[in-house]
Structure formats: structure tokens, C-alpha cells
Design a protein around this ligand. Structure first.
Ligand SMILES: [Zn+2]
Ligand SMILES: [Zn+2]
Length: 291
């Protein structure tokens, strides 16, 4: 013994989610905190919004996450809530590189704490093909690994977007073919749109990205404030001044990290060395040595 329990040991957490995302988080939270994840029943899915897949601005994303987590907290009466948001689109820092970003929020209403994690993967992106005949689709099915990965088949943009002709969650070649032919025949369509179904229960690659984001949030929760023991002690900013190895001049690159307590009633902070171990600036990145 002798080990002090984590403040979140054995807690129950409401996770406002659809598409079985709790299956991804449950083992991690159980292993690290012995905590239980409760998915509130009868969530109004309109409140959650359908999976849009578009990358939100940071402030919108936080608001959306917060709103979702609070729905679960209110429905279950629990003090802790989780929610997730996923999106597909261009990488936020690398132009034109497609990626999948998965964000998670953890809310502790008792301590008034909010912890957020993001994970960006360029290994998973939304894929599609607009095809005239099914032969073209067959290659695509192999590429995206139909079966594990689900598909959506729908009319191309110029045709009526009636939900009657949007087929989601297809995992068998014959179902993809049937949907394809039906759209072609019924709508007399030239082309048909076939795309990856990016909902978590239809996308193993997306589940992996959610798992990575979950690992990050667990690490953050395990980090306790040395001042008040609140979970979520994390880097919140940095101090510039990294010195160049070549010329010795100070840059505006991070020299130290500032770690702060997430609790509004605690002002504890620490100045730490950089987590990545970097102590000086590579002359190649120096404005003086390599202008
Ligand atoms: Zn604190
Ligand atoms: Zn220099």
C-alpha cells in the first residue's frame, strides 16, 4: 500500500455519445482509475448534432464539447462528464494535408475543472469516389478495406439529395452494388457517390484516433496539481528565449514551459524545462545564422 488514491478512483463518468464510442474509452478509464463510464439513455440526438465532419474553430469546438458533456451530466446526475467531437478536413497547420482530428472533454462540476485533449492523425482521412459504373468502385472497396470500414452510397450532388437514396453503414460488396444500381436506375444518374462512413462504429481507423485522444486525456487527468491535488495539471503557456547554439542570440522560441492548475480556486504554477528536452536552438532555425 502507501499509494495515495487518485481523486478519480472508482468514480462514474457520464459519456454523452453515440456510435459505441464508450467501448473505446472504457478499458482505458477502467485500467487507470477503476472508473465506470455511463452512457445516458434517450439522448436527443438532435442536440448532439449529426456528424458533420467539418473542422470547427477552437472556440466553437470547446462550446460544442462542453454542451454535449453537460447533457450527460444533467441526465445522469453525475458530477463527471465526457464528450467527444471528431472532424475531417485539411490539417490545421499543414496546408492541403487531409487529416482526422479527435477531441475529448472531461468536466468535473464539483471542482469546476475542464480538461480537453486533441489528437490529429494524417493516417485517417475521408475518402470517396464518384463512379459511372461499379467496376470503378471495386478497386476503391479494396483500398478502403470494406467490411471493417463501412461505406455510404448516395447520389452525386446534381441529383436530389433525398434521404431515401442515401445508404449508410454498408459493409458488404453486394449491398454497395445494390445501392449503386438503385441510384443509377431510379434517378437515371450518370454517376454515383461512394464515400467512407466516418461514424466511429463504422471506421476502425477513426476509433484508433479516438483512442489516441483518450490516452492523452487520461495522461492529463493523471497529472495532479502539486498545490491542491486537482487532476489536470498541465502546460498552459511557455516562456520564450531559447538560445541559438551558433551565435548565442535569444530567439522567441519556447525556452521554458509554464504549468498551471486547472482549478479556478488554485493559482499554483510551475516553470519547467521543456518536455521534449530541447535546451538550445538549432542554428538552421535561427533568424541570425540562417536568415
Ligand atoms: Zn491546484
Ligand atoms: Zn544563431
Amino acid at each position: 500500500m502507501g499509494k495515495i488514491e487518485h481523486p478519480y478512483s472508482n468514480i462514474s463518468i457520464a459519456f454523452t455519445t453515440m456510435h459505441e464510442k464508450e467501448k473505446i474509452l472504457e478499458p482505458l478509464f477502467k485500467r487507470n482509475f477503476f472508473s465506470k463510464i455511463i452512457v445516458p439513455r434517450n439522448i436527443d440526438t438532435d442536440l448532439l448534432g449529426t456528424f458533420s465532419g467539418e473542422i470547427k474553430r477552437d472556440s466553437d469546438l470547446k462550446t460544442a464539447l462542453r454542451k454535449k458533456a453537460m447533457i450527460g451530466i444533467e441526465q445522469t446526475g453525475l458530477k463527471f462528464g465526457l464528450a467527444s467531437e471528431g472532424s475531417f478536413g485539411p490539417h490545421p497547420w499543414i496546408p492541403f494535408l487531409p487529416c482526422n482530428q479527435e477531441s475529448l472533454i472531461f468536466i468535473d462540476v464539483e471542482r469546476d475543472i475542464e480538461i480537453i485533449s486533441h489528437f490529429i492523425s494524417t493516417d485517417n482521412c475521408s475518402e470517396y469516389i464518384e463512379a459511372e459504373d461499379f467496376k470503378q468502385v471495386e478497386e476503391f472497396l479494396i483500398k478502403i478495406r470494406l467490411g471493417e470500414q463501412g461505406l455510404i452510397v448516395k447520389p452525386s450532388h446534381e441529383y436530389i439529395q433525398s434521404t431515401e437514396y442515401i445508404f449508410k453503414g454498408l459493409t458488404k460488396v453486394k449491398d454497395v452494388a445494390t445501392a449503386f444500381e438503385k441510384i443509377k436506375l431510379d434517378l437515371n444518374a450518370q454517376t454515383v457517390f461512394v464515400e467512407t462512413d466516418n461514424r466511429a462504429h463504422m471506421s476502425p481507423k477513426r476509433r484508433q484516433v479516438i483512442f489516441k485522444s483518450a490516452e492523452k486525456i487520461v495522461e492529463k487527468l493523471k497529472s495532479l496539481c502539486p498545490g491542491c491535488r486537482a487532476p489536470g495539471f498541465d502546460m498552459t503557456s511557455f516562456l520564450p528565449g531559447l538560445v541559438c547554439e551558433g551565435c548565442g542570440s535569444k530567439s522567441d522560441k519556447p525556452l521554458k514551459e509554464v504549468w498551471s492548475c486547472p482549478s479556478k480556486s488554485c493559482s499554483y504554477q510551475e516553470i519547467r524545462d521543456r518536455t521534449d528536452g530541447i535546451k538550445s536552438l538549432d542554428p538552421a532555425e535561427c533568424d541570425w545564422c540562417n536568415p
